[in-house]
Design a protein around this ligand. Structure first.
Ligand code: HMG
Ligand code: MG
Length: 297
């Protein structure tokens, strides 16, 4: 097992894309700035998708312009096409994430494209990113199940991960979009992908819909993965994935890792305070058990 794990904080993007209430741009900026002070090295700041599809993040340019970027911290943003790439570059984005899925049915609902069409759409984006020195992450969604198609063959997960890697994504994040996976399945999926993509280029992204996320992460850590996506306060969900709820809470992942003697560089107190602040802003209880326990004690 790795003795250092990088947490990719996706709360400002995956978390806020799914909120019903409107969140002020200033609050989104404050969230990213607070997260920047916790020791996190990667914070997915926002998303340059179509505002018609995700109105919650229509202020992506304002958010990205407003945040204070810390040296040494990466601020990737979601980009679905060249239009998103143009918008992101206009405000100085230096890392992007393209996203597709292992399931045709989900991809159609989420980005209105088949898997192959989405890869074709990314090709010019990746080419321009290479020329501009922009780092690109790639997401594969529905790696352990699809809300529309059900079972997703492992071979499809492996193929999409391999293609994104071959196209130039430095890291592939394997997403259990609807949180249906269990540890043995997560382990088998990761193992299958490592036959085609080296482990250092892989990350895992678990939603906690069925309460399996930490167990799944542990199984994947045991396989050697060293990058974990999570969202402060357990926010998250995809508006185009029926039934998808929060990401595993970053505070809970950090607590587990620290308890296992695995470093993250994160100040858990600061992260927990940020999670509490965000929960108050959203007007609900935090989705982090660790933060809840710390509030009670
Ligand atoms: P489309 O409707 O097929 O595309 O959407 P289009 O090219 O016809 O564009 C429709 C309108 O949007 C046009 O405007 C475009 O100009 C505009 P109109 O001419 O009607 O006025 N448009 C844009 N505007 C701003 N920025 C852009 C952009 N692109 C088009 N980038 C599209 C196709 C991909 C654009 C759309 O389906 C989309 O934006 N989907 C995003 C959905 C999304 O964000 N889902 C959540 C993120 S994925 C996720 O959460 C999973 C993940 O967390 C991992 C996991 O958990 O598994 C990553
Ligand atoms: Mg997600």
């Amino acid at each position: 097992m790795s003795d250092f794990v990088r947490i990719v904080e996706v709360g400002p993007r995956d978390g806020l894309q799914n909120e019903k209430a409107t969140i002020a741009t200033a609050d989104k900026i404050a969230l990213v700035d607070r997260l920047s002070a916790t020791g996190l090295q990667s914070i997915e700041a926002t998303s340059f998708v179509s505002p018609k599809w995700v109105p919650q993040l229509a202020d992506a340019a304002e958010v990205f312009t407003g945040i204070t970027r810390r040296p040494g911290v990466h601020y990737p943003v979601l980009v679905p096409n060249e239009k998103g790439y143009d918008r992101a570059r206009e405000v100085g984005v230096e890392e992007i994430a393209v996203f597709t899925a292992a399931s045709e049915a989900f991809n159609r609902k989420n980005i209105n494209a088949s898997i192959d069409e989405s890869l074709q759409r990314f090709a010019p984006v990746l080419e321009r990113a290479r020329g501009d020195g922009v780092r690109v992450r790639g997401y594969v969604s529905t790696v352990l199940g699809c809300p529309y198609q059900g079972e997703v063959p492992l071979a499809d997960v492996v193929r999409v991960a391999r293609e994104l890697h071959a196209m130039g994504c430095y890291e592939i994040s394997l997403g259990d979009t609807i949180g249906v996976g269990t540890p043995a399945k997560a382990r088998a999926m990761l193992r299958a992908v490592t036959a085609e993509v080296p482990m250092p280029a892989l990350a895992v992204h678990f939603h906690d819909t069925y309460g399996q996320a930490l167990a799944n992460i542990l199984a994947c850590l045991e396989e050697g993965v060293a990058v974990v996506d999570s969202a402060v306060s357990g926010t998250g969900g995809c508006p185009y994935a029926r039934g998808a709820t929060g990401n595993v809470a970053s505070e809970d992942v950090a607590y587990m890792l620290h308890g296992m003697g695995i470093a993250t560089g994160i100040d858990l107190d600061a992260l927990s305070d940020t999670g509490r602040w965000l929960a108050a802003l959203l007007g609900r209880e935090t989705g982090s058990k660790v933060t809840r326990a710390r509030m009670a004690s």
